[in-house]
Design a protein around this ligand. Sequence first.
Ligand SMILES: Cc1cc2nc3c(=O)[nH]c(=O)nc-3n(C[C@H](O)[C@H](O)[C@H](O)COP(=O)(O)OP(=O)(O)OC[C@H]3O[C@@H](n4cnc5c(N)ncnc54)[C@H](O)[C@@H]3O)c2cc1C
Length: 425
Amino acid sequence: MIVDTGAIRAFLDDRHIALAERVAEFSTRVLAPLPEPADDAAARQQARDLLGKLGAAGWFAPIRDQDWRACCLIREALGATSPLADAVFALQALGVVPMLLTENESVRKRWVEPAIQGHAMASFAMTEPDAGSDVASLGTTAVRAGDAYVLTGTKTLISNAGLADFYTVFATTDPAKRDKGIGCFVVPADTPGLTFVRPLRLSSPHPLGEIAFHDARVPKSCRLDAEGQGFTLGLATLDRLRATVGAAACGMGSRALADALAHAKTRRQFGKPLSDFQLIQQKLARMATDLIAARLLVYRAAWEKDRGAPRVTLEAAMAKAFATEAAQRIVDDAVQMRRIVCTVRYARCASMKERPKSSSSSLRGSSSSENRLDRRRAGSIVLRDSDEEGRSRLRNHDPRTQPAGRHIRIRCRLFGCDAEQSRRR
Ligand SMILES: Cc1cc2nc3c(=O)[nH]c(=O)nc-3n(C[C@H](O)[C@H](O)[C@H](O)COP(=O)(O)OP(=O)(O)OC[C@H]3O[C@@H](n4cnc5c(N)ncnc54)[C@H](O)[C@@H]3O)c2cc1C
């Protein structure tokens, strides 16, 4: 898997080009050979292993450095190769960024470096049974008791629930104040009163679940925000990471496109390869165009933030909305073209791990339809058919044999040419 830096070169520095090559090599060598986890327990085990591998390779460092373009490049490569590895990366970022945006030195010292080294797994606990998009209506309470806060309530749809070493938790100190009453607390997983209620199983590997706080006491030094700033801190975190969600979706889309393209070149019907049919060429060209447009939006948003824009709410929301929709269109087209025989993780999943953009951005109108689809597709889906040969082809899928993103672009443009000609170009 090679992350095509050509199309987005204008938004990258030289160090990003080198990083893209390194992460592509890592993804191919370390991630691609990993087996698909058979069940939730295996996915949890693999997620922990991936944490160590990603940390040891230094892939979490751009989170600490707040290099959002680097984070996008990493998520694009991980999304294309191992969506589970991408989820592990995303959660380290979601758990750690609130610490980076505040001045709490003791919490930073305790958790940031271990998380960046891959020694401590993070989680981000905002969603509740009765508070999803409407974060201001959180029901988990944090009551001040001397030098501590006592947390009570339930969090659901939490990635890394039951697996994480610490949870970055949003709770209200005064429900009447709505968003102004929300605080942000870092809660170690072994805190008495914090329990793992149950896993929530998706059709593809992603550790998810419910946790509960029953009078869980944390020292007041675990609070990250200045009184009443927790809501703003949560949104500022999501704002920074939103473009990276789009990047992961681009990775998933590019994998699906590469797969479809390879199939169209080799599958013969009516006496010639599918790729000789104009309708297939048009479909592939549209997929490639969608992908490049999505990537341009993603890297433009990350670049704006890297060069010091105080807010990229609009840019990042556009990037995420377009990229997740584009990835879904690409995957849908690839599914049709390939009589699909594979397990496809939807880019939709990436879109749902965060707040729907409707809750915080000016893209409210477009996001509502997106999230209606989100619900229906429940984060990820498994597509199956009875073609066992095809399935094992996918199990043995080797991204090294897949065309790189740059080649995809060239080949689509020159679709009438044979593979040799397009490679020579
Ligand atoms: C795979 C996965 C991983 C997740 N990981 C985490 C995690 O680690 N931490 C965490 O805190 N949460 C996590 N979530 C939860 C996710 O952030 C929520 O699902 C999301 O915030 C939406 O909340 P909800 O599901 O309750 O939907 P609701 O808020 O009930 O919304 C339902 C639908 O109504 C739409 N809607 C809501 N308000 C409006 C409005 N004002 N205008 C128009 N439409 C609107 C929404 O867009 C959506 O389509 C995860 C979810 C998934 C699927």
